[in-house]
Design a protein around this ligand. Structure first.
Ligand code: NAG
Length: 494
């Protein structure tokens, strides 16, 4: 980059692309990334369950789920709907919270006036997870809403009259995956609130430790305990070992308590962290854990942690084109491609890990080793930027995959609240079946779910802006959460 400073001539082309001579063109300015950051946080307001506060910005939404938990005589009001439906699924909600918190922990210093919105987004779910973990001793509530019935209706959350069943894990019906992810979320959130709200932060950390101990002591997968109410929706395909290591890693980072260090040292190598995969997601925590633990080695050369640096390097080498062990798939337009359904979730998580690892490497003067070649932190940032820009509209379809950002974005997203007239515009109840007229309508959604990132294009860069096409047109909280950190980074380092 050094030679670029000799040419600071800025050329604004007809397409709005900003170029500096001698360096590659960037489709977006720092202000664009800041705007996208603001919008990506507004999206979480659109997913809110519970009583909305006076400063709610997505005003087409109303209160919902105000008696959630009453079936079990507990208060489970609040939290987030995961995607285009009205169920509160614990596993993706906890993962969303962990990644929102991780975004603030690594890139909060670049968030400026968005910091309060980011903290509000975290607190909306950390408050809920605290309730879910402490309402009844020996119990973690992991879901509100019967997904099979919910999915057979097309209703606004404000109208829903489907069963709000509560589901839980206990010593007899364990769920180490969902419990350890909840522990990770609470521990990561405790770091975010450490200075601004110390008493809230210590409550989060103390609860994280209790939930982790419960997860570790009563081992089992929540998919086995809860069956068809969590599968196939958020079935724990990867099992629970990955979440136990991830949870312990977050509690170690939040508490610096040596007993979690020993836990990682004695159990880490058996918990699947050596396997190569590049699908960091609400299900599979391995790539994220490798990067998180590599930091410990890079900064403190902690005994037994060298392996996480080499695992992280292997992970990075597998996704950076041109390295000897490259094996990931990209679309012709350059989008990282992992799966047909909601592919952008893998793009946003991978992008976040690239930037986070780049941060850890550059602060310790290290590089990635891929066999006989090396990859610098700078190249990881360049690779991450390509993915971010693609999502925001620099792609063959010339389409922004963030709703409300840019001049062309998805108009028919698979989302009940967004596609049915607002409760304020149309106060009369719209029943389970009556909602389907809006689902099947060819009209654009009446309510703009600002900032929502949808599932995204297929492996040929094609996108069908069609409400029925949920694999491409449905947004989800865990697609947006890691993108918050990436946008914060580029709003400050463009
Ligand atoms: C560290 O964690 C262990 C296990 O949760 C706990 O027993 C111990 O009291 C903690 N130590 C400190 C100093 O907090």
């Amino acid at each position: 980059m050094a030679h670029a400073t000799t040419f600071s001539l800025k050329i604004q082309t007809l397409l709005g692309t900003v170029c500096w001579l001698s360096i590659s063109c960037s489709a977006f300015t720092s202000q664009d990334y800041a705007e996208a950051l603001d919008k990506s946080l507004q999206f979480f307001e659109g997913q809110r369950s519970g009583k909305l506060p006076p400063n709610q910005r997505l005003t087409w939404r109303g209160d919902s789920g105000l008696s959630d938990g009453s079936g079990d005589h507990v208060n489970l009001v609040g939290g987030y709907y995961d995607a285009g439906d009205n169920v509160k699924f614990g596993l993706p909600m906890a993962f969303t919270t962990t990644l929102l918190a991780w975004s603030v922990i690594e890139f909060g210093s670049s968030m400026h006036n968005q910091m309060e919105n980011a903290k509000a987004a975290i607190r909306w779910s950390s408050d809920y997870l605290l309730k879910a973990a402490t309402a009844t001793p020996g119990t973690l509530y992991v879901q509100v809403g019967n997904p099979n019935v919910d999915h057979s209706c097309w209703e606004r959350p404000e109208d829903m009259d489907t069963p709000r069943n509560v589901y839980k894990v206990t010593a007899e019906k364990p769920g180490s995956d969902v419990a350890a992810e909840t522990a990770a979320a609470l521990a990561a959130a405790s770091i975010v609130f450490k200075d601004s709200d110390p008493s809230y932060s210590s409550k989060l950390l103390q609860t994280a430790i209790e939930v982790f101990n419960f997860a570790d002591k009563h081992r089992g997968s929540y998919s086995d305990s809860l069956g068809s109410v969590v599968c196939p929706f958020y079935c724990s395909y990867s099992g629970y070992q990955d979440e136990l290591l991830w949870g312990a890693s977050w509690i170690h980072r939040a508490s610096q308590n040596a007993s979690y260090l020993s836990y990682i040292q004695s159990n880490g190598h058996t918990m699947g962290a050596d396997e190569d995969d590049f699908s960091f997601s609400w299900d599979d925590k391995r790539p994220g854990t490798k990067i998180l633990l590599a930091k410990e080695f890079l900064e403190k050369t902690t005994a037994g942690f060298e392996l996480y640096k080499s695992h992280s390097d292997n992970y990075i080498c597998s996704i950076i084109p041109g390295t000897p062990s490259f094996q990931a798939q990209y679309t012709p337009g350059g989008l990282f491609y992992k799966a047909t359904e909601s592919n952008l979730q893998y793009v946003t998580t991978t992008t976040f890990l690239l930037l986070t690892y780049a941060k850890y490497l550059s602060s310790t003067g290290r590089v990635v080793t891929c066999g006989s070649s090396t990859v610098t932190a700078e190249s990881l940032i360049t690779a991450a930027k390509k993915q971010v820009d693609y999502i925001l509209g620099d792609n063959p379809a010339k389409m922004s995959y963030m709703v409300g950002f840019g001049s062309r974005y998805p108009q028919h997203i698979h989302h009940r609240g967004s596609s049915i007239p607002s409760i304020h515009a149309h106060p009369d109840h719209i029943s389970c079946n009556d909602g389907f007229q809006y689902f099947h309508s060819g009209s654009p959604n009446p309510n703009v779910l600002v900032g929502a990132i949808v599932g995204g294009p297929d492996n040929r860069d094609n996108f069908g802006d069609d409400r029925h096409n949920y694999v491409q047109s449905e947004p989800a909280t865990y697609i947006n959460a890691p993108f918050v950190g990436a946008l914060a980074f580029f709003s400050a380092h463009n």
